[in-house]
Design a binder for this molecule. Structure first.
Ligand SMILES: Cc1cc2nc3c(=O)[nH]c(=O)nc-3n(C[C@H](O)[C@H](O)[C@H](O)COP(=O)(O)OP(=O)(O)OC[C@H]3O[C@@H](n4cnc5c(N)ncnc54)[C@H](O)[C@@H]3O)c2cc1C
Length: 451
């Protein structure tokens, strides 16, 4: 190969792409380019984690005002200015886009504004120009999919929901995954009447069963009209809103219908198959443990590989790949014990195995579980309850699963994830003193197994 222009050509400036480009250039002095047609930062920054968390904060204020009465506060309930919230969010996202641009240019990465197409193992085309690179990294993420059904053109996805022109007073959310549940909670908090439909038995498949049932009950208590074993037949535009016919013959009328039923890897039209890159049936790039595709020199990570679709995973994969390509790095990412949060109201925080997974993999397990009303709610008047659960391998005494539904669950679980990665046993949890009075102390004070 003639000397290529770049050591690494990254397609997509999202979580994984930006991290890989930046680390390769700044840590290893690699010549790096990144192509991106849209705003820098990808899904997480623009239409994912960040705007969602901002709206979740906004939604919590409604509860906070309500609860403040129990602590002696009084006054008229404030109202939400949707236009103001959207404008403030947009300003913050623009600031973050600028930071991403600064990080890339500061590291000496060439940013090409346009869509990229792979033209072979070492060639990428952007805006009609072909660039040669020793390595290509496909980090193009995913895109929400609305299943074909009559009237599907009236549905929106998570890409549009943050910027709806008018606040949806009646919102129908379709889906039972974490994104659907989060939006159902958030818009309920913001003041929408939310109906959520999920065709399965229970929302949040893959999470611990206790967590799934508990959070579904809490979401209902907060006002989400959550209906399981329920699905949409068709959507029709009418004078009073979108008329949504359900498969059970009933009907829901809503201002907006948000589909959050799944995301597809962004590989269509990328030229990957023409270059010989193997794709899974879902369209995901098939990669080995070093993120190499079936074509040497073409790599992929993050959501486009459709494995664990979380920003910290894409970031970690990027660092492992860059070490592997340009350093001595042979390390592999350990996909066990990935902590994660769901920003339903109340939040979910979880790390490690569910009870069912632990029983299947490890046989004998001990379960510790506590359900209670947090101290704050003794005065706030809220009926919100908290769930905390430990799954312990009986033979080794190691804590292999830790689950929580309650305020700030993600903040609490992050620290416990460190202890679990270090191999903490239940005896270590028992020997740890609690911080009193907190909710988190319950994780180190549960003594009697419930199962
Ligand atoms: C609503 C929502 C909420 C979420 N909340 C969380 C959360 O709370 N926590 C969490 O960890 N994760 C969350 N995620 C998931 C997280 O956003 C993704 O896992 C993460 O962004 C994946 O990073 P990535 O680099 O693989 O892809 P992305 O961040 O999606 O970046 C891909 C980039 O590639 C670009 N691209 C696509 N095609 C081309 C092309 N042909 N040429 C050049 N560029 C191209 C795209 O424009 C995009 O900028 C959420 C996702 C959604 C949708």
């Amino acid at each position: 190969m003639p000397d290529p222009t770049y050591d690494l050509f990254v397609i997509g400036a999202g979580s994984g792409g930006v991290r890989a480009a930046r680390m390769a250039a700044s840590q290893y002095g690699a010549r790096v380019a990144v192509a991106e047609p849209a705003a820098l930062g990808g899904t997480c920054v623009n239409v994912g984690c960040i705007p969602k968390k901002l709206y979740s904060f906004a939604a919590h204020y409604a509860e906070a005002f309500e609860e403040s009465h129990g602590f002696g506060w009084s006054g008229a309930a404030p109202t939400l200015d949707w236009a103001q919230l959207k404008a403030n969010r947009a300003r913050e996202i623009t600031r973050l886009n600028g930071i991403y641009g600064g990080l890339l240019s500061g590291a000496g990465v060439t940013v090409l504004r346009g869509s990229a197409t792979v033209k072979g193992p070492n060639a990428v085309e952007v805006n009609g120009e072909v660039h040669r690179a020793r390595h290509i990294l496909v980090a193009t993420g995913g895109w929400p999919v609305v299943p074909p059904l009559p009237g599907s053109e009236h549905a929106i996805t998570s890409n549009e929901v943050f910027d709806l022109k008018d606040f949806p007073k009646r919102l129908l959310v379709v889906g039972g995954g974490y994104i659907a549940c989060e939006f159902a909670s958030i818009f309920t908090g913001l003041g929408s009447h939310v109906t959520q439909l999920y065709r399965g038995e229970q929302v949040l498949r893959g999470f611990d069963d206790d967590v799934r049932h508990f959070v579904a009950d809490e979401m209902r208590k907060k006002g989400v009209d959550l209906r399981t074993r329920s699905d949409v037949a068709s959507i029709e535009k009418a004078a009073d809103g979108l008329r949504v016919a359900l498969k059970d013959g009933t009907q829901v009328v809503a201002d907006s219908v948000l589909y959050a039923t799944g995301r597809a890897p962004n590989t269509a039209g990328l030229g990957l198959e023409e270059a010989g890159v193997k794709l899974a049936l879902s369209g995901a790039v098939v990669v080995d443990e070093h993120y190499q595709s079936s074509v040497p020199g073409i790599h992929a990570l993050g959501d486009v590989t459709a494995r664990v679709q979380l920003t910290p995973v894409a970031l970690a994969e990027a660092m492992v790949l860059v070490d592997h390509l340009f350093g001595a790095g042979q390390r592999r990412l350990d996909y066990e014990l990935i902590p994660t949060a769901v920003f339903t109201h109340p939040n979910i925080g979880t790390v490690g195995l569910t009870e069912a997974q632990a029983r299947q993999r490890l046989g004998a397990v001990r379960i510790y579980r506590s359900e209670f009303r947090a101290l704050r709610h003794t005065l706030s008047g809220s009926t919100e309850r908290t769930l905390m659960k430990l799954v312990v391998a009986d033979a080794s005494d190691r804590v292999v699963g830790l689950h929580m539904v309650g305020a700030d669950a993600g903040e609490i679980v992050q620290g416990f994830a460190v202890a679990m990665r270090a191999g903490a046993t239940k005896a270590v949890f028992d020997a740890t003193l609690g911080i009193h009075p907190t909710v988190a102390e319950e994780f180190v004070t549960m003594r009697t197994p419930v199962a």
